[in-house]
Ligand binder design. Structure first.
Ligand SMILES: *[C@@H]1O[C@H](CO)[C@@H](O)[C@H](O)[C@H]1NC(C)=O
Length: 391
């Protein structure tokens, strides 16, 4: 009897072991995207409990106000400190810009402006974004500044000033003179990706991966801080002397950390959505194969300003534009704990630019018309491709 039991246990254990070994080699789509294996639910549960345990032991949330400004760069040569802004309004204006500070007085900077009259305008160095930082940024560290783009923190988490001053190019390569001056402000909640992301989504992503020593090491190493805040943009822009007053729905984000290595990111797709009923959605699907080859992130802000993390998104990167060319239209579903949303996105304009010190990442930037559960809206999409894998 005992022998039979032992034999059965040994057989079972070796079967599971064989299954796991077997899956490790065979469960990746395009050798990148891990698929849930036989132990998926057990791993999910373990990881979920680990996250909860970690949360209990953590001290209280960092005070974001201390970080809402230019931060010192770490000593790593891929140290970074990046802010971005975006805004839309019902008149069909779209504004999108960012600056990433790097060592050696360099930045990655880009700025887009769209009006129905002029179409898509871009800062003139795009598709390249490597620029010299302005000297006053290096001296007084008061604003992210270079290539005519400037973002200045005035009151942490409340008020930032944004400006552009210089030439921009339209889609026929004609040059126009552009001035933008606007204030970004907010009374909306902030989303800190570390602490506010859905634990269910993180555990699901981790459970699909092979748990090697490297996996856990890389999770620790790859850490970056990222927060995002929805708000409003108010001010004006002028194109060739013609002035437009603007009041726009907007958001901004800030990322920083020891280092940012774009080569480790295989792909991502982000959608930023502003609906007519004031619902706002930010949803991303990322593939960072040395940690999680498929991760769903994001949140929904309801018209009443309640914020809910996204627990699930059915968009799969390998089903959309894995060859490097995004489709124009896409539809997918997301779920928060409260609600399900069917998102339909139609590209209105798109343009490519490169980021990273050596153009390691290509971004396909899109202005998008949305329909979510029947409600209309506008916003953006951003499709990132690893420029080394896709060259
Ligand atoms: C931050 O926002 C900018 C544009 O506003 C966008 O390019 C970037 O992908 C965002 N980053 C994340 C991680 O959401």
């Amino acid at each position: 009897m005992l022998l039979v039991v032992i034999a059965l246990v040994v057989a079972f254990v070796s079967f599971v072991y064989w299954k796991i070994k077997h899956e490790e080699h065979n469960n990746k789509v395009f050798e990148i995207y891990s698929q849930p294996g036989i132990l998926f639910y057990a791993k999910f549960l373990i990881f979920y409990l680990l996250l909860k345990l970690y949360e209990l032991n953590k001290h209280k949330k960092e005070n974001l106000e201390d970080f809402d400004r230019l931060l010192p760069l770490s000593e790593h040569n891929k140290a970074f400190d990046a802010v971005s802004f975006q805004a839309v309004n019902p008149e069909g204006h779209y504004l999108y810009g960012g600056i990433e500070r790097r060592h050696l007085a360099k930045i990655n900077g880009f700025f887009y402006l769209v009006t129905p009259e002029f179409g898509l305008l871009r800062s003139p160095h795009i598709p390249k974004t490597n620029l010299d930082a302005d000297t006053d940024m290096l001296h007084d560290m008061k604003s992210y500044n270079g290539g005519g783009i400037r973002f200045s923190p005035i009151k942490p988490m409340k008020l930032w000033r944004l400006s552009y001053n210089g030439k921009m190019l339209d889609q026929n390569e004609n040059s126009v003179d552009v001035v933008v001056e606007a204030d970004w402000n907010s009374n909306l909640p902030c989303f800190m990706f570390d602490s506010d992301m859905s634990r269910v989504a993180i555990a699901r992503a981790a459970a699909a991966e092979t748990w090697t020593e490297d996996f856990f090491k890389n999770i620790k190493k790859a850490h970056q801080s990222h927060y995002e805040q929805m708000g409003y943009l108010k001010g004006f822009f002028s194109i060739n002397g013609k002035k437009y007053e603007i009041k726009m729905d907007a958001s901004r984000n800030h990322s920083f950390g020891h280092k940012r290595d774009w080569l480790l990111m295989h792909r991502y797709i982000f959608h930023f959505i502003y609906l007519e009923d004031n619902t706002r959605i930010c949803v991303g699907v990322l593939s960072h194969p040395c940690t999680t080859s498929h991760m769903e992130v994001g949140y929904v802000i309801s018209p009443k300003k309640a914020i809910n993390p996204i627990e699930k998104c059915d968009l799969r990167l390998y089903q959309h534009g894995e060859n490097g060319t995004p489709g124009k239209n896409i539809a997918f579903r997301i779920w928060t704990r409260k609600k399900e949303y069917l998102i339909k996105a139609k590209t209105i304009y798109e343009n490519n630019h490169f980021i990273g010190n050596d153009c390691e990442a290509r971004i396909v930037f899109k202005c998008v018309d949305f329909e979510v559960n029947g409600m209309k809206g506008r916003g953006f999409a951003e499709w990132q491709y690893n420029n080394q894998n896709f060259l």
